[in-house]
Write a protein that binds this ligand. Structure first.
Ligand code: MG
Length: 382
């Protein structure tokens, strides 16, 4: 990379390495190699047919997890360049952060977690790590993608103590209270910027939200007023886009300026000093954090709990519950390689192992594959 990196950025020289030692790449950085491995993975391709709020077949205009991940990568790279953080690592974390998501977005995550309640639970963040550590099988010498510690650290955004204890060094910070590197801190917030704003955009497009309603939200109203004053004649999608792009810009600028100040004041001079610092150095200002919370609350009340979204949520939960129960009772209903995984994990961990193998199969499904699989299993007319 030709751009100058800040002393607290991740670099190949300070990289903590991979779980299975590999020779350094010849013409790429360690993090470019990580990014390339993610782009070529099968879990990454499947993001195209997984959704967050809207089910994939609702329309071609809505975000999918793939376009969401690309938006997060775009925002992350812009911020990384200004803060002189490692752009390749930031992009890697952004592209990988949702790899473990179930079909049907939040609804699918909640449903699968409920199925797994007595069997170790299901958490999409841990599952993303599981995908890159174990589930992708494409290399002769190891399971998973064998990513660097820094990429894995960024993918595991949160984790409870019990799960952290079972992990290698990537779980340590959830036990000792240290922070992740700055690229990981930053992508976490870039993710929030991306989904809050595109949910506003998609919600309006779907007709589930109205401009009048959104004017309750300060972040929206300020930009709405500005756009109306500057371009009184524009309406519809063009107006919405002008508002949403300004909202994103305001959040990014706030994040940049606040973080620059925090970094200056903290005087950290290495990635390890940033990890050991008592609090996060990449953050929003207090007023912006408050404004973001207001937006999130609004989306929860008005979009995620909208009756049309709720119907989808309930349907999605039913599909995943039916599939889970059927596979648990009779794993021979699974394709052969997944039956093999059931036997292997069951031998190690009993019922919890069987459930984990079933959950891996279900979590890997796209929205449409889950619906099709449900039809094949339960529709007696077929
Ligand atoms: Mg995300």
């Amino acid at each position: 990379m030709s751009l100058q990196l800040a002393p607290y950025a991740a670099t190949d020289a300070t990289c903590r390495g991979r779980r299975h030692a590999e020779p350094p790449p010849a013409y790429r950085s360690e993090y470019q190699r990580d990014r390339d491995r993610i782009i070529h993975s099968s879990a990454f391709r499947r993001l195209e047919y997984k959704t967050q709020v809207f089910v994939n077949h609702e329309g071609d205009m809505f975000r999918t997890r793939l376009t969401h991940s690309i938006e997060v990568a775009q925002i992350s790279r812009s911020i990384a360049r200004v803060l002189q953080l490692n752009e390749d690592l930031s992009e890697t974390i952004a592209l990988a952060h949702d790899l473990g998501h179930t079909p049907f977005g939040h609804a699918g995550q909640d449903a699968l977690n409920a199925c797994m309640r007595e069997l170790g639970g299901f958490e999409h963040n841990l599952q993303s790590l599981r995908v890159v550590d174990t589930l992708e099988q494409r290399y002769a010498e190891f399971d998973g993608l064998n990513l660097t510690f820094e990429s894995r650290e960024g993918i595991l955004k949160h984790c409870n103590r019990k799960a952290a204890t079972a992990l290698d060094e990537v779980g340590a910070r959830f036990l000792d209270g240290s922070q992740p590197g700055l690229e990981a801190q930053m992508v976490d917030l870039a993710d929030q910027i991306a989904y809050n704003n595109h949910d506003v955009d998609d919600g309006l497009r779907a007709g589930l939200l109205s401009l009048e309603q959104l004017n309750e939200v300060d972040l929206f109203r300020e930009q709405y007023d500005e756009v109306r004053a500057r371009y009184p004649d524009i309406t519809g999608r063009r107006q919405v886009h002008e508002i949403v792009r300004r909202m994103i810009n305001r959040q990014i600028v706030d994040l940049l300026e606040t973080s620059q100040q925090c970094l200056r004041e903290a005087g950290v001079d290495s990635i390890d000093a940033a990890r050991a610092h008592g609090e996060r150095l990449i953050r929003f200002s207090a007023p912006m954090q408050e404004a973001n919370l207001q937006l999130k609350r609004f989306l929860r009340e008005n979009l995620y709990r909208h009756y049309r979204v709720h119907r989808m949520t309930v349907k999605a939960s039913r599909i995943l519950r039916d599939l889970f129960d059927a596979f648990m009772v009779d794993p021979r209903l699974l394709p052969p390689d997944h039956q093999h995984n059931v036997r292997r994990l069951e031998a190690e961990e009993g019922d919890a192992g069987r459930a984990r193998a079933v959950a891996d199969y279900i979590a890997g499904m796209t929205d449409r594959f889950a619906m099709l699989e449900h039809q094949r299993m339960f529709d007696t007319r077929e």
